[in-house]
Design a protein around this ligand. Structure first.
Ligand code: AMP
Length: 204
């Protein structure tokens, strides 16, 4: 039986979207990941194409359904009527808007590694809609936008950052943006205090 990979080897794809780059938030976003003890194993500036963006968002066959449903629920929770009750119709439009948004300027693609990195990063990123994302999260602290405003203006929600939603999604998204040789395996000194079982290397 194949040996189970240690949790510290988990990886996630994070992107600073074009609005995050323009707002000067690359450093702040990197800092929040570093502060948690995660390891940056790849980073580059990219100028995404519409094709690459469509492929990225549809890597997960469930994405269209889930994103449409999330949007409908967002409207209903505020007592508002969604633009359509068909999640797929909603997502078709979101995808069109997303291509425009994500190709509007350079973005930063990164791969972060560490225990529970997928869930931990989603926690610090916050919910999709900045209006309702928690205070203390990247989206909650650094941008204001809403489904209502983005729909009125016929555009995608500008929420600064993308992060893989699950380990399986990360496994599809990382090779979509990076070649294997761009992912650097190395030891980070700080990892010892996080993962070393015996902590016997500190005292002289
Ligand atoms: P998600 O996979 O939920 O992060 O959705 C992908 C991206 O699409 C989000 O980060 C937003 O930029 C955008 N988006 C999602 N839902 C909506 C929506 N209802 N209206 C506009 N943009 C959206």
């Amino acid at each position: 039986m194949a040996e189970k990979q240690h949790l510290s080897k988990e990886r996630t794809l994070v992107m600073v979207k074009p609005d995050g780059v323009q707002r000067g938030l690359i450093g702040e976003i990197i800092k929040r990941h570093e502060s948690l003890g995660f390891k940056l194993v790849a980073i580059k500036t990219v100028m995404p194409t519409e094709k690459h963006i469509e492929e990225h968002y549809t890597l997960d066959p469930e994405w269209r359904k889930v994103t449409g449903e999330k949007t409908i629920a967002g409207y209903k929770s505020k007592g508002m009527t969604p633009p359509s009750n068909d999640p797929f119709e909603i997502t078709d439009n979101i995808l069109k808007c997303l291509k425009k948004y994500m190709t509007s300027g350079p973005a930063i693609a990164m791969v972060w590694q560490g225990a529970h990195v997928v869930k931990m990063v989603r926690k610090i990123v916050g919910g999709t809609e900045p209006l309702t994302s928690d205070v203390g999260t990247i989206r909650g602290d650094y941008v204001m936008d809403s489904y209502e405003m983005s729909d009125n203006d016929g555009r995608a929600i500008r929420n600064l950052i993308h992060a893989s939603g699950s380990v399986e999604e990360a496994a599809m998204e990382i090779p979509h943006w990076f070649d294997e040789k761009e992912l650097i395996d190395y030891r980070l000194v700080g990892e010892q205090i996080l993962y070393d079982v015996n902590l016997d290397g500190i005292m002289e």
